[in-house]
Design a protein around this ligand. Structure first.
Ligand SMILES: Cc1ncc(COP(=O)(O)O)c(C=O)c1O
Length: 390
């Protein structure tokens, strides 16, 4: 006899987790042969020491599971780079987890630290994976809007959003999609609230090296008293252009790290072994000038992108960090941001993402996000297309 209640169904949360608009723009862009500035994939060159060490690791037989928190040379290299570049201290034995990307790190942290119904505050515009990861673990994302175009945070709104159910605040600096680099004063204010209400601070610092015009990246864990409550997440996907390798990391007090590492083990077992060797070599061998030249190079890409957008009548909010730009596209035909994105692709063969992907409550309809992490020839083509030169 058949059960009366239908059990072959998706979980309650599944229909709420939207397939990202970025993917569908990518498919559409391929169909029309356009330049894809929708996806945040840096297809620039991978540094040579990173490639060589990964290949060597495969030949040397490093193709099996690693320790659940990652290989020792990589944990040590991360710890040293944190001290050198971030002014942060983390014991490679117990405070560093090598994760399957920043994505895997955040997912494991949410599983280990959040209960269903816990509220987590994030700033809007936000990165869609942050929202969906929180929802996946049945936590409740609470979006606090930043001021349109200047992306200043509203401390009163932040304070008002904190309830007895709030467990954490999530900060993404430099930010995807708006490129905001949180200032010391802003981070201090957020840290003070986190301390006052006894909250975790989750940070996503994946774009830490992509800072322009003298902006300075600050790791919130370095603020006084914040190390014990900050879950620092970053990775090498962007810095070494290895998004497909799945190398990220998480730094936390050892009280939290063991459990986070165990949840990471349950979902991913470990980050890919040979690629861990590649990342370790990159961190150990590349000089500091590698990071500063990368920022200079991306600042030039940003300027090129912003001036082409301006010429096309799409006013950019010039980002001080990361490698995306949100542009005001009120002048484009279409009633919604999705329509505007499709019309731009049809008319200029350039794909961007509808701003609504990064906001709740219908905001973002007049915005598109463009990614400028592209090889010079592709970026030039996109800019020429926007200017109507091709
Ligand atoms: C803010 C942010 N965090 C994390 C990621 C993904 O990082 P990973 O490849 O290390 O999972 C991205 C990629 O677009 C991102 O924009």
């Amino acid at each position: 006899m058949r059960a009366t209640v239908e059990k072959l169904s998706l979980s309650e949360i599944s229909p709420k987790i939207m397939q990202s608009e970025i993917r569908s723009m990518t498919v559409e862009c391929d169909r029309v042969g356009g330049v894809n500035l929708a996806q945040g994939v840096c297809d620039t060159e991978v540094p040579e020491p990173v490639v060589e060490a990964a290949i060597r690791a495969i030949h040397d037989g490093n193709n099996i599971y690693t320790r659940l928190d990652g290989i020792t040379p990589l944990r040590q290299a991360i710890s040293q780079k944190l001290e050198r570049h971030n002014g942060m201290k983390a014991d490679p034995d117990g405070e560093v987890l090598v994760a399957s990307g920043a994505t895997g790190a955040l997912y494991a942290a949410c599983l280990a630290l959040l209960d269903p119904g816990d509220e987590v505050i994030l700033f809007e515009p936000f990165y869609g994976y942050h929202l969906n990861t929180l929802m996946s673990v049945r936590a409740v994302p609470v979006a606090v809007p930043m001021a349109m175009h200047t992306w200043e945070i509203d401390l009163d709104a932040l304070r008002a959003a904190i309830t007895p159910r709030t467990k954490a605040i999530l900060v993404n600096s430099p930010s995807n999609p708006c490129g905001k680099v949180f200032t010391l004063a802003e981070l201090e204010a957020i840290a003070a609230l986190a301390e006052e209400h006894d909250l975790f601070l989750f940070t996503d610092e994946i774009y830490e090296y992509f800072v322009y015009d003298g902006a300075k990246h600050i790791s919130p864990a370095t603020l006084p008293g914040m190390a014990e409550r900050t879950i620092t997440i970053s990775g090498l996907s962007k810095t070494f252009s290895i998004t497909g390798w799945r190398i990220g990391y998480l730094i936390a007090d050892r009280r939290w790290l063991g459990s986070i590492a165990y949840f990471h083990d349950l979902t991913y077992v470990c980050s890919p072994s040979p690629f861990q060797y590649g990342a370790a070599a990159g961190l150990m061998e590349l000089p500091d000038s590698f990071y500063t030249s990368m920022a200079t190079e991306y600042q030039a890409k940003r300027d090129q992108m912003c001036s082409a957008l301006t010429a096309a009548g799409l006013t950019p909010s010039v980002p001080p960090g990361a490698y995306y730009v949100l542009a005001d596209v009120s002048s484009l035909p279409g009633a919604t941001a999705k329509e505007k994105a499709r019309n731009l692709l049809r008319d200029k063969k350039v794909a961007g993402v509808a701003g609504t992907a990064f906001f709740t409550g219908g905001r973002g309809e007049n915005l598109l996000r463009f990614c400028f992490a592209k090889r010079d020839e592709d970026l030039k083509k996109a800019c020429d297309l926007l200017r109507g030169k091709i």
